[in-house]
Design a protein around this ligand. Structure first.
Ligand code: PEP
Ligand code: MN
Length: 673
């Protein structure tokens, strides 16, 4: 029976591959045409138009827009990559050599090995590896022409900069010709299955150990010993043939050496990426149409303000720096050398001028190289245009009015005020910005109840273009007998759902000790209405590097709200979003009374973004859409709404949770505004 369907699927898959190859050929033809006209490689408006059309087509056939966008972003990304490579190879014919000799620190199966395969794998050329014991030897090997390329890990998102590589680079004359970003997923491996508490020794590499130190702390019976690379630590347990020894390495290395994986993903954070630099003897030319980065090293004079002067040149030229690292200068105690990456092409006029200016004020400067950037920007499909021109004009007027009627009152907060900072604060969470021109939607259930429930809410949120996923894990409930939330387990479900649908997540913290723990998983921390004046909690939130959504207490004045925000700001955290969620009045017909006047008032007094939570304000799902529209009309920066796949059986706030079709309707109503 199933045979027939399977056959059909096989033939569809074959067709998909054939069509992808045809599409690829067409984009090759296009780049050759583009080459002649020197037009830009990426055509963002066309990509956006294409995606919007395809998403529409997909919808008609019952396909998730998120799924379609993801697939086509891959396809478009592949075209862009191919086109970039064609242009790059044209300018740098040495790229086309059939075999590439690459020096790495480590052996087969090490992360440098895997990253080199990823980087050079695209060009279909054979890679011949030269295995070295140190980064200096890797650099030397290229300088001595034993190898053509050096693959050097320069920084990791968990353990930070790899200083030895900076030092090896600073002392060499090699040029950086490329970068690669590699997702490092560490595993604990051994010769045979063994309980973690039985392990006597763990072999690993120093950086890997730092990236997994939380996991390692949990297997405290074992001593830790370091090797040059992770693959060599597996080799060592094989040589010693001891079942009580383990090693930390990649899944690929475990396969290569035929050992058992005891635990996967043991790094302190799942977002454990290493950036590698690819260096060669000669610099390359990067076509101006390819997004590029440039790296320089410089030394400033030992006088007050010299670094600021150097950095302000980047600001003056509108150039975005992506990395600044200082290293001591050997032989000159307490003097520093700076290593700097920025977005730009060193053969662009603007960058040439910038480098000229920089050269005038520094003690030393050398361009290490200009190379194609691996951070590919994705095209997005959005329903909400930026706040319209009219609205912008309107806001401009409001700003003028604001200036004219500046309140002269003596306020007890400073950092939250417009007097302190006139420009609107823009808060960022993942790749979402809150404040400024955007109107953002946070959606999700009141409480995370199960993996399936939060996954289906995330899918619905994404499908309808909400940008952030909410879900309570630690719930502040009026009755101690009501559902208190799934706690840490719920947090993991929320995070997984956010990852699956690429949505930043927000969840509430109730206690001081939850702040740093929850911050490891959530992109935004919420302080609920009941805790708005929990000053110890506010101070702790002020130490966090995560944005804080601060909800107005149900019996708090706006002055008290801004003072509560001040507690967070004063501790150093300047990423605060305010939220109006209804206050208690004599009216009992609705759960609370939504105070819409709060929005223009706060906008006048404070630079902080403010959103509206109509769900908790009114408490009745059929009246949420008009309140959400009103929030947009009075200038709020977004809304937060509760949705649920089965509101009638929700474990909290069911009556105010939107059915999915109501949410869809709400979103299309808002999009019309
Ligand atoms: C919530 O958003 O989950 C919540 C409990 O809201 P509030 O603190 O506004 O009652
Ligand atoms: Mn709720």
């Amino acid at each position: 029976m199933m045979e027939k369907q399977r056959k059909k699927i096989n033939s569809i898959d074959a067709d998909i591959i054939k069509l992808l190859a045809e599409r690829r050929d067409l984009s090759k033809e296009i780049i050759n045409l583009k080459n002649e006209k020197l037009s830009s490689i990426r055509d963002k408006p066309r990509e956006k138009e294409l995606l919007t059309k395809i998403v529409g087509l997909g919808k008609k056939s019952g396909l998730d827009s998120y799924f379609v966008t993801k697939v086509f972003n891959e396809i478009i990304g592949d075209s862009v990559k191919l086109q970039n490579q064609i242009v790059l190879d044209k300018d740098n014919p040495e790229n086309l050599s059939s075999a590439k000799v690459v020096a790495i620190q480590g052996i087969e199966g090490s992360y440098s090995y895997l990253a080199a395969q990823k980087y050079f794998g695209d060009s279909n050329s054979k890679i011949i590896f030269k295995y070295k014991d140190s980064f200096e030897e890797v650099v030397l090997s290229v300088e001595n022409k034993e190898a053509d390329y050096a693959m050097l890990p320069i920084e990791n998102t968990t353990s930070g900069s790899i200083n030895d590589v900076y030092d090896a680079l600073i002392g060499s004359q090699l040029s950086i010709v490329g970068e690669e970003i590699f997702h490092v997923k560490h595993c604990l491996v051994a010769l045979k299955e063994i309980a973690l508490n039985k392990i006597e020794r763990v072999y690993t590499q120093a950086q890997a150990a730092r990236q997994c130190n939380k996991f390692l702390a949990g297997i405290n019976n074992a001593s830790v010993e370091y090797f040059i690379d992770t693959a060599r630590s597996i080799k060592k347990i094989k040589e010693e043939n001891n079942n009580y020894y383990a090693a930390i390495a990649s899944e690929e290395a475990a396969k290569l050496f035929n050992v058992v994986i005891l635990r996967e993903n043991i790094a302190n954070q799942p977002g454990n990426f290493t950036r590698f630099l690819i260096c060669a003897r000669e610099p390359i030319t990067v076509d101006l149409r390819i997004p590029a980065k440039t790296s320089v090293i410089l030394a400033t004079s030992h006088t007050a303000g010299s670094l600021v002067n150097a950095l302000s040149i980047f600001r003056d030229f509108g150039v975005n720096m992506t990395k600044l690292q200082s290293r001591p200068i050997m032989g000159n105690p307490w003097e520093e050398m700076f290593y700097l990456d920025f977005i730009g092409n060193s053969s662009e006029k603007n960058i040439l001028q910038l480098l000229d200016e920089l050269g005038k004020i520094v003690r030393f400067i050398r361009v290490l190289g200009c190379y194609p950037s691996k951070e590919v920007e994705k095209t997005t499909v959005e329903v909400f245009p930026d706040k319209s021109k009219d609205a912008a004009q309107e806001q401009g007027l409001q700003q003028i009015e604001r200036k004219e009627s500046k309140p002269k009152t003596n306020v007890s907060y400073k950092l939250a005020s417009r007097e302190y900072k006139n420009e609107d604060t823009i808060v960022t969470a993942g790749n979402v910005t809150i404040g400024g021109d955007k109107f953002i939607i946070i959606a999700g259930p009141c409480s995370v109840e199960s993996k399936e429930q939060i996954m289906s809410c995330a899918r619905e949120a994404k499908e309808n273009y909400a940008q952030i996923l909410r879900g309570g894990c630690f719930k502040p409930r009026t009755s101690p007998y009501s559902f208190q939330g799934l706690g840490d387990e719920g947090l993991q479900f929320l995070k997984d759902a956010g990852n699956t649908y690429e949505l930043p997540v927000i969840t509430e913290v109730l206690t001081i000790d939850q702040v740093s723990r929850v911050a490891e998983h959530a992109d935004i921390l919420q302080i609920g209405a009941r805790n708005m004046q929990n000053f110890a909690l506010l101070s702790e939130a002020g130490k966090s590097l995560r944005p804080i959504l601060l909800k107005r207490g149900m019996m708090s004045s706006l002055d008290e709200l801004l003072n509560a925000a001040e507690y967070i700001l004063a501790r150093g955290n300047r990423q605060v979003i305010l939220c109006e969620r209804g206050i208690r009045t004599f009216e009992t017909a609705t759960r609370n009374t939504l105070d819409l006047s709060a929005i223009p008032f706060i906008k006048e007094r404070s630079h902080l973004p403010i959103i509206v939570d109509p769900s908790h304000a009114i408490g009745q799902r059929d009246k949420i859409t008009p309140l959400a529209k009103a929030a947009k009309a009075v200038g709020a920066d977004g809304i937060m709404v509760e949705i649920h796949p089965d509101p009638d059986n929700a474990l909290s706030d069911g009556p105010q949770s939107l059915y999915f079709n109501q949410f869809k309707n709400l979103m299309s109503e808002l999009a019309k505004m």
